[in-house]
Ligand binder design. Sequence first.
Ligand code: GRF
Length: 222
Amino acid sequence: MGFASPESDVPIGVLASGAGTNLAALLAADLAPGRVARVVVNNPRAGAIACAQAAGVPVTVVDHREHPTRRAFDAQLVEVLRADGVQWVVLAGFMRIVTSTLLGAFPGRVVNIHPSLLPAFPGVDAQRQAFEAGVRVAGCTVHLVDSGVDTGPILAQTAVPVLEDDDLPRLRRRILEAEHALLPRVVRALARGGLDVRGAKPRLRGVDGDEPRPAAAEATKR
Ligand code: GRF
């Protein structure tokens, strides 16, 4: 395999279900060579739709309620994402469990952001779980998605202190701010070929934006 010239355009698909604040953070960031090529939303009333439209990014609603099974829903997602040549799939506030139908179409290329320091507090309302557990440090995690729920290889995390006078809404806001800062940096690093899967655990270089783009981008490809 010869020297790989770094790719100049890396189409990214973003899946969202809700307000879309993580999507907004991605659309406001410099992800180059990454480019949000398609947004797919499963909830026709999601704020993420308007967010994509405001940024002029194509958005498709694939309503999960219109599909008989999770796999049928995922197959529709795959069709939409493949049509845009998507190379990375980012779950940004996406509230559906994905199946091997999606993961098999984009092996090692689906990432998720979760509002806790995994493996602590997987699942729903992680912020509340952490707050009620009395942790002194909360946070967020971006990880590769595997067949489990919030169990894939961790790529990056941000710790968020829990302050003495915190209530849950304040902690949620602080964690969300950390998510908005972390996710675009991870996506840009991935688009630049920073993921190295050769070791026991995948390692992501360039999250801080300072590492040079890897010479042999091919070496980090799956
Ligand atoms: C975020 O905390 C995200 O981690 C979780 O859903 C929340 C809302 O995300 N999965 P968004 O505002 O819709 O991007």
